[in-house]
Structure formats: C-alpha cells, structure tokens
Design a protein. Structure first.
Length: 237
C-alpha cells in the first residue's frame, strides 16, 4: 500500500464540523432502509467547493467510526495540481488500464480508517472508455467489500461527461451548489441527472455567509474557538 504524505484533519471550525455531522445524520435518517454505500459528490461547475466537501465529509465519517475509501474521480486533472496526490502515486486510471493491481493504488493516510485512491496517470486519452470498462465495476465491488463507504470526488458536470458516468455507477449523489447560483440552472442540472436515473441524495449549499448560519447556531456557544495547531484541508474544486 502507498502512503499519503499530506496530513488530514477535521475542520477546526466547530460550526462547519457540526454541519458535516448533520449531513451524516440526515443521510442515515433518510436512507436507513436502503443506505447508499458508494456516494458521488458533484457540482454543476468548478469552484463550488465539492472537493472540500468530499474530503471533509469523508473525514467526518471516519471520525464517526466507519472505514472510508476516498476516490479521486477527476481523471483529467494532473495530480500535481491536487492537494492529496503527486505523480509518483498510482491510482484509478492505472488500475483501469491494467497497469496496476488493486493493492497498488490503495493509499494509507494518518487516519487508520481513511484510505485514498488517487486519480493516477492522466495521459490515457480515453477516460470514458476506462469508466465503462469491466475493470471499473470490479473496482467498485472490491471497494464495497473492503470499506463501509466509498466517496467519489468528480470533475464538474459542465467540464466533461466523467461526473455523469460516475454518478450513474454509484448508489447516490450529493449535488453541491453555492450561494448565489441560479436556481433555474441548478434545477436543470439536477433534472438532467435524474433523467439518467441518478439517485439524488440531496443538495448541499456551500459558501453561505457567516451571518446566515450564525442565525441558526445562535443557541450554541461557539465563541470559544478550540485551539488548533494544524492547517485544515481547504480545497475548492
């Protein structure tokens, strides 16, 4: 197994961390009869914060006791431009192209129950072919047998078809939007996914102004910020 040099930490802002815990609680309350095991985190365009949410959501699930595989499903972006990977790490595309085995692409982290799967070599010119290959279905089944949850981070829906393909192949998808997005455009994107039989687990509203969430969290004493000696994962994709 490979080792990730970047350290992962829970978000230092308690209000934000509680939001991830609430997301987990809502997931279990709403889908307790048919719990999705593989989950795609996607958004309509770059910059809405889906990668940040995917990573911190995965960390929150690990802290709650589950074993999680976090998969980088953005197969067209160079590893060097990503916070959690480098070119020396083998990943998903290497496995799908049959140049690496399953054990070769698993990457350990500073959380015992958090395993990372990098995107791998992006020189392959046919990522759609890789995603539709039998090897992808084999990878999914292997991950489901080894982990409690598999969280996929994907490219933006407007960028390419990869996110749509992964959404169709997972048990459900969270759609990430940000404050100020056009409601009409978001409805069209969600309708497009629904037409492809994608199971929409919910919409996550990101980048809310502090004043908005302080109105709802005013009952709790968040004024005493806990001291932290690390930098949180803060990625916007």
């Amino acid at each position: 197994m490979q080792k990730l040099e970047t350290k992962l930490y829970p978000h230092p802002n308690q209000i934000v961390q509680d939001s991830y815990d609430s997301l987990i609680a809502n997931l279990f309350n709403n889908y307790k009869e048919d719990m999705p095991k593989s989950i795609c985190i996607t958004g309509s365009e770059p910059g809405v914060g889906k990668t940040t949410i995917a990573i911190n959501f995965s960390i929150a699930m690990v802290m709650a006791g589950w074993k999680v595989a976090f998969v980088d499903g953005d197969l067209r972006k160079m590893s060097t431009s990503k916070r959690l990977a480098s070119d020396k790490l083998k990943g998903v595309t290497d496995y799908l192209a049959e140049v690496a085995e399953y054990e070769d692409i698993l990457t350990s982290t500073n959380f015992e129950k958090f395993v990372y799967l990098p995107c791998g070599d992006i020189s392959n010119k046919n990522p759609i072919g890789l995603l539709y290959s039998p090897r992808f279905d084999e990878l999914m089944e292997r991950l489901k047998s080894d982990f409690d949850f598999i969280i996929f981070d994907t490219s933006a829906l407007c960028a390419n078809a990869d996110a749509s393909v992964i959404s169709c192949k997972t048990d459900g998808s969270f759609f990430v939007a940000q404050m100020g997005d056009s409601t009409v455009r978001l409805q069209k994107e969600i309708a497009r996914l629904t037409d492809m039989d994608v199971r929409i687990l919910g919409t996550i509203l990101n980048k809310a102004p502090r004043g908005e969430y302080k109105r709802f969290m005013g009952f709790y004493d968040y004024k005493k910020k806990r001291k932290v000696k690390y930098k949180p994962v803060d990625i916007v994709e």
